[in-house]
Write a new protein. Structure first.
Length: 274
């Protein structure tokens, strides 16, 4: 039996088991996907014993994403640039390999839900400068977006990201986020604002062009205030759950040998647990 797991601290909240167990059942694979609560000071030892524990690989969630990258012997370009890994597997040589599939998940989701999002696109706006923003910026730049306006409450964090990700990033003041939307074909919220228990994201969408796409990486609730305001204006709104579903695809394929599909049935299955 092939076994994988998600490693976190805490790990109880992780939705990854719901996704991977759904696919294991759907494709009739003799496999398992467990939750492993591992404290930060025990991570290196745990990763060193993955094989002994019977695992072919793992997902990594907070707070281990940076440490997992550091522990890996081989890492893909996304993980190195983003500075964090979310997917691990053991190579034939037993070495630990790391990838970051968050950028892939974000891009596949927006491509699937709003296929025209980058037609004739000049600029997009990204809100936030945390780990999620790094993944989104990597994906957007790889997709060839020419200009990215980046706004974060703490401007210094956005300035630091502009240094890492280069000249396509133009940092703007957090207070200017609404007025700068006129130039943007897409707006992407990567902050935690709008999440259950947090304040909503306060932004005036009036300046956005009529064909703009608004996407939120928050998926709890699925329909954030940002997304319902976008829909009310007739804009295309893309929720954050699809990113979570798509980022799981490469890991599942790597561990279990089948490339799984992201379907409306899977989405409904996960939504029922939110
Ligand atoms: P993640 O790794 O999930 O992206 P993070 O690094 O904690 O998480 O980043 C959270 C993001 O939400 C940051 O951009 C943060 O802004 P700061 O860099 O100024 O902290 C943003 N954020 C959280 N609460 C916010 C608030 N009340 N107003 C504006 N931005 C907020």
């Amino acid at each position: 039996m092939l076994r994988a797991c998600v490693i976190g601290w805490p790990v109880e909240h992780s939705r990854s088991p719901i996704i991977h167990r759904y696919w294991l059942a759907k494709y009739g694979i003799d496999g398992a996907y467990d939750k492993e609560a591992v404290a930060p000071d025990a991570l290196a030892e745990f990763l060193g014993s993955l094989k002994r524990c019977g695992y072919v690989g793992a997902n990594v969630t907070l707070p281990h994403k940076e440490a997992a990258l550091a522990a890996a012997r081989v890492a893909d370009e996304a993980a190195v640039t983003i500075g964090a890994a979310n997917t691990l597997w053991l190579g034939l040589d037993g070495d630990l390999h790391a990838a970051n599939t968050d950028a892939y998940g974000f891009m596949r989701n927006i491509d699937a839900e709003a296929p025209q999002w980058n037609e004739g696109l000049d600029a997009v706006m990204v809100l936030g400068a945390g780990g999620a923003a790094r993944a989104v910026l990597f994906g957007l730049i790889e997709a060839g977006v020419p200009r990215i306006l980046l706004a974060n409450r703490t401007r210094a964090r956005a300035d630091a990201l502009a240094k890492v990700f280069g000249p396509s990033i133009e940092v703007i003041d957090w207070e200017k986020r609404s007025e700068a939307l006129g130039a943007c074909g897409a707006l992407i919220n990567t902050t935690s604002l709008g999440m259950t228990g947090q304040a909503p994201l306060d932004i005036d969408l009036a300046a956005l062009p009529a064909d703009a796409v608004v996407t939120d990486i928050v998926y709890n609730p699925l329909e954030t205030k940002l997304l319902s305001e976008a829909r009310a204006r007739g804009l295309t709104a893309v929720d954050g759950l699809g990113m979570l579903l798509h980022q799981a695809v490469p890991g599942f394929e790597r561990w279990f040998g089948v490339r799984p599909e992201v379907t409306p049935e899977l989405k409904a299955h996960v939504v029922a647990t939110l």
